[in-house]
Design a protein around this ligand. Structure first.
Ligand SMILES: O=P(O)(O)OC[C@H]1O[C@H](OP(=O)(O)OP(=O)(O)O)[C@H](O)[C@@H]1O
Ligand SMILES: O=c1cc[nH]c(=O)[nH]1
Ligand SMILES: [Mg+2]
Length: 208
């Protein structure tokens, strides 16, 4: 399955708090980070582990360690930065590959303004972070950039997605695994998700 809708009570509760009209910047930021942490737990459930023997306090002991591909976290500027701390709390050794897109307000097309990836993208699992998956244009552009860099294993973590954007992504890239706290009702006529969160970037950075 490529779309995983979170079914955890803590995620539902925290997302509900983020939807409050007058939520403060601090609360929105804290909650974005907390939900990102919980989504990371969901998105890493299928990582393989391998056994190894270490020196424990009472002698040799068999433990498990993560095996295989290393992770690179890919926050999409700017709003994706609001999820980065939460994900790094869970995967502190991950390399971070940053991509920057803003959505043209009239055409809703993504405009790329920054890309800085870590080395050996072909050997890594990419974990894309963005609070919002609306028309899907930004995610589509990000996936294409990652695939061009050789990345073969891609997952994306989102707080809220619109059905229209999800359909677009799953049709174009069925191999990409999407983890989302909520799939909302629809897009409005200016490309915002309803009921959604409003402008997530502005809420995280306190702009507007
Ligand atoms: O699915 P789409 O229709 O492409 O829309 C989603 C994008 O829009 C928002 O970014 P925005 O352009 O507002 O930039 P920002 O993060 O700098 O606020 C959001 O954080 C996504 O990146
Ligand atoms: O609802 C939306 C859609 C795009 N970007 C946002 O921040 N919110
Ligand atoms: Mg924005």
């Amino acid at each position: 399955m490529s779309v995983h809708i979170a079914d955890h009570p803590l995620i539902k509760h925290k997302l509900g708090l983020m939807r409050v009209k007058d939520v403060t910047t601090k609360d929105f930021r804290d909650l974005a980070s907390e939900v990102a942490r919980l989504l990371t737990y969901e998105a890493t459930k299928d990582l393989e582990t391998q056994k190894k023997v270490i020196d424990g306090w009472a002698g040799p002991v068999e433990v498990q360690e993560i095996k295989g591909k290393k992770i690179t976290i890919v926050p999409i500027l700017r709003a994706g930065l609001g999820m980065l701390d939460g994900v790094l709390d869970m995967i502190p050794t991950a390399k971070v590959s940053v991509v920057g897109y803003y959505r043209n307000e009239t055409t809703l097309q993504p405009v790329e303004y920054y890309v800085k990836m870590t080395s050996e993208m072909d050997k890594r699992i990419a974990l894309i972070l963005d609070p919002m998956l609306a028309t899907g244009g930004t995610l589509l552009a990000t996936i294409e950039t990652l695939k061009r860099a050789g990345c073969q294993a891609i997952k994306g973590l989102f707080l809220v997605a619109a059905p229209e954007g999800l359909k677009r992504i799953t049709e174009a890239h069925p191999d990409v695994e999407i983890y989302v706290a909520s799939v909302d009702e629809r897009l409005n006529d200016i490309g915002y998700i309803l009921p959604g969160l409003g402008d997530a970037g502005d809420k995280i950075f306190g702009t507007k």
